[in-house]
Design a protein around this ligand. Sequence first.
Ligand SMILES: NC(=O)c1ccc[n+]([C@@H]2O[C@H](COP(=O)([O-])OP(=O)(O)OC[C@H]3O[C@@H](n4cnc5c(N)ncnc54)[C@H](OP(=O)(O)O)[C@@H]3O)[C@@H](O)[C@H]2O)c1
Length: 235
Amino acid sequence: MPTVLITGANRGLGLEFVQQYVADGWSIIAFCRDPAKATELNAEAAKNDGRITVDALDVTDFAAIDTAAAKYAGRPVDVLINNAGIIGPVRGDIARQSFGTMDYDAWDRVLRTNTQAPFKVTEAFFDNVMQGEQKKVAVISSTVGSNVEMQAPVFAYAAAKAGVTKTFTTLAAVLRDKGVTVMVFCPGHVKTDMGGEGAGVERVDSIAGMRTLIANWTLEESGQFKRYNSETVAF
Ligand SMILES: NC(=O)c1ccc[n+]([C@@H]2O[C@H](COP(=O)([O-])OP(=O)(O)OC[C@H]3O[C@@H](n4cnc5c(N)ncnc54)[C@H](OP(=O)(O)O)[C@@H]3O)[C@@H](O)[C@H]2O)c1
């Protein structure tokens, strides 16, 4: 039975990953900031024979990432999914990531969460990935970080997603010789707390699409940036 590790697993896309992988027979290490409040995730865990391990992890706490990795030392991870992310100030607060009124502390938080944390989680759990059969690492980036497809002036989020795309495409080249496949995703504009009710893509379709891509992604394709529907994202 393969194992998937997912960050930000308590709601949105992370929770949908959990629900689909568990239905498919996988074991899951489901990290979330506050397990005590992760009602839906805990309910999934309760009905699935111990195949979902719910554990606390704030991905901006790098010492906590090291502690978590030490706790799971020796447990193979077939697929590591860096999903946790924040959009930063938006809607009525959008001025805080706009030109002229930027909140640089907010920008720092977005960069740490969306760009540095996936790299840190991947470093910390790399031995687990090497012990897995599939040796796959995914990051949920965004088309908002593409320099070709979009110029949305949400500066902090766009910079952080451009950064994580660049970081993970570079990482793909570094890890190719070790047989590790790195996958960069745009999930589409999905109905979640982040995507909003007006988004055009359902969670179930986004995750089903990305799971199919993860299952079929080859080492030769490592470092590519794909949308959930298998389109290539130009960046
Ligand atoms: N929805 C879209 O349209 C869309 C489009 C492009 C890319 N994405 C990306 O897809 C990923 C998932 O987004 P989503 O739509 O599911 O968003 P969401 O509904 O807002 O969920 C975000 C998840 O990330 C977690 N998270 C945030 N900061 C964290 C931290 N410091 N440590 C641990 N977990 C943290 C949240 O946990 P809490 O509950 O504790 O806050 C939550 O579980 C993100 O990386 C996002 O940028 C989404």
